[in-house]
Ligand binder design. Structure first.
Ligand code: SF4
Length: 418
């Protein structure tokens, strides 16, 4: 077993066609696998080095809630970067709205790697017992932390995170791809305004904002939870489904307090980011002074709007109680803010599904196509496939047609949990 402590990965999130590791970490090579551990001694990545591993540039990543993702180069689906804006496609180990039917978790080599993840912890624990009298304090510390991070402990820790948040983070804004989904979630509200029929991620609760006291207590809990590894995070997700529905001052308070309590200024990672979701109506309610305050924060902020459609029949079909005029107004405000604000980028989600009324795609193309004039450099469109859609080949064709005609960057939205 070869252990390398204190490795320093990239300090900037980048988009490259080869694997990049971020932040500070330690690495163990054992029995044909590379294991990367975070500063709490918890396993974060696994890469196979043997001949049975699917691809030398592919890897497994464990999330804060103990799910696994398999990062694929997308061999079978040329153009991953065209479809998602990223060079790797993260297959989750849970059902989602993915249009690709491949299941890397069914492969023997991937199953073996996940089983080995448990063994390596036990192996390190045995080493730590053997080395109790060795003089290297850093090595002992690593062995003790890693040896204590068994899969049972990791499951308990994921439950602890849900208790701190008092919520399950069922979906992250698609813009979180810009930081490889390494965000600290801070729940500032619960529920949402509409509880639409098509939505697979809603909590079913009516919208309620949390008090500043509850948000501050949560932040102290999160600081303790992330512990030594906090230094590897510089991005915050203000949840949940419609954080913009909170009072403007409370949103700014939450962002500033997160920056302070989570010590973002001292992060190893550069260029802090803030992510939040908003609905058309909560977005339109915000005045110029709110956007000016948000623009001055020490974060680059992404706001992702669920507009879904510009067609009234489609909105009725989706049981979204908002009309197309409101969606259009929100879209034009988004274009305006993207022009005016230096540190804010608004993006919008629309649906993709074979069962949607015929007017949906033409209405979308009328507004994101030629009528926009020149290509918009800022802000993008995410197309989210409905989970009930079966003909994935047809949806991919439809998506490519939309992308081809859109005057904004247009990508597929893969629903990912924290
Ligand atoms: S789409 Fe948004 S508003 Fe509608 S139910 Fe889901 S989370 Fe709520």
């Amino acid at each position: 077993m070869k252990i390398t402590l204190n490795r320093e990965g990239s300090r900037n999130y980048t988009k490259t066609s080869y694997p990049v590791r971020y932040g500070r970490y330690s690495e163990v090579e054992h029995n044909g696998y590379h294991y990367q551990f975070n500063l709490n001694g918890e396993i974060k990545h696994i890469t196979g080095t043997g001949p049975d591993w699917p691809h030398p540039a592919e890897w497994l990543k464990r999330t804060a809630t103990n799910d696994w993702l398999y990062y694929s180069t997308g061999n079978y689906y040329a153009g991953v970067v065209d479809l998602f804006g990223e060079y790797y496609f993260p297959y989750p180990d849970y059902p989602t709205n993915c249009l690709f039917k491949e299941n890397p978790f069914g492969r023997q080599s991937v199953k073996k790697a996940l089983n080995r993840a448990e063994e390596i912890t036990l192996h390190v624990l045995a080493q730590s017992r053997q080395y109790t009298s060795a003089g290297d304090a850093e090595l002992l510390d690593f062995l003790a932390r890693t040896g204590g991070s068994t899969s049972g402990r990791m499951r308990e820790k994921a439950d602890r995170l849900r208790r701190i948040l008092k919520a399950r983070v069922t979906v992250l804004p698609p813009d979180c791809r810009h930081v490889d989904y390494d965000v600290i979630p801070v729940m500032i509200s619960d529920g949402c305004l509409y509880n639409c029929s098509f939505c697979e991620v809603k909590s079913g609760l009516d919208l309620r904002c949390r008090t500043r006291k509850k948000i501050t207590d949560q932040l102290h809990g999160l600081r303790e939870f992330y512990g030594t590894d906090l230094v590897n995070y510089n991005s915050i997700y203000l949840g949940q489904h419609d954080a913009l529905a909170g009072g403007p001052d409370d949103i700014i308070f939450s962002a500033e307090t997160s920056y302070e309590i989570l010590n973002i200024e001292e992060s190893y990672m550069k260029d802090p980011k803030l992510f939040l979701f908003g609905s058309a109506e909560s977005f339109l309610r915000m005045d110029r002074s709110f956007w000016a305050s948000l623009d001055r924060l020490p974060f680059y902020t992404y706001v992702n709007l669920g507009l879904e459609s510009f067609d009234d029949r489609t909105l009725e079909f989706l049981k979204k109680p908002v009309n197309s005029q409101v969606m259009l107004e929100a879209f034009h405000r988004m274009l305006d803010l993207n022009r005016r604000c230096e540190n804010i980028e608004i993006t919008a989600n629309f649906l993709l599904g074979e069962e949607l009324p015929a007017g949906h795609i033409p209405a979308l193309l009328n507004n994101i196509g030629e009528s926009l004039g020149k290509h918009k450099a800022k802000g993008c469109i995410y197309m989210s496939p409905l989970k009930s859609s079966r003909d994935t080949k047809k949806l991919l064709e439809e998506f490519r047609n939309i992308k081809h005609r859109s005057r904004m960057d247009t990508f597929l939205y893969l629903i990912q949990k924290l």
